[in-house]
Ligand binder design. Structure first.
Ligand code: AMP
Ligand code: ZN
Length: 113
């Protein structure tokens, strides 16, 4: 997708603070962190959101979560962490390329919404 911010970050057209990459997945630090550790994990392939997952592409979401486990260890999030994926306008999704937020590095709030 030529006008997608995260596709441009994956291609390197827009710089990012990369923390992990493999064949299917790219991960980088959120530009406006909401916790001491705030990382975005995205599939290289453009999928709009969780609402667009299906039997043909859901393996890529699984790859993202496997990467999240590796990244959490890499970042030393031994006390735990939260994984969030905002889906659509009611959830406040601002970038329409599937992404999983990894939030950690402190005791997170009890409320999720
Ligand atoms: P969401 O609101 O769930 O769609 O999350 C989008 C996230 O992308 C927000 O947390 C933003 O802070 C983050 N973001 C926007 N632009 C950039 C950028 N250039 N580099 C890193 N993170 C970004
Ligand atoms: Zn994209």
């Amino acid at each position: 997708m030529s006008d997608c911010l995260f596709c441009k970050i994956i291609s390197g057209e827009i710089p990012s603070a990369k923390v992990y990459e493999d064949e299917n997945v790219f991960a980088f630090r959120d530009i406006a962190p909401q916790a001491p550790t705030h990382i975005l994990v995205v599939p290289r392939e453009h999928i709009e959101s969780v609402a667009d997952l299906n039997a043909d592409n859901s393996a890529l979401a699984a790859r993202c979560l496997e990467a999240a486990a590796v990244i959490a260890r890499q970042e030393g999030l031994r006390g735990g962490f939260r994984v969030v994926s905002n889906c659509g306008d009611d959830a406040g999704q601002t970038v329409k390329h599937l992404h999983f937020h990894i939030l950690g590095g402190e005791r997170l709030g009890d409320r999720m919404a």
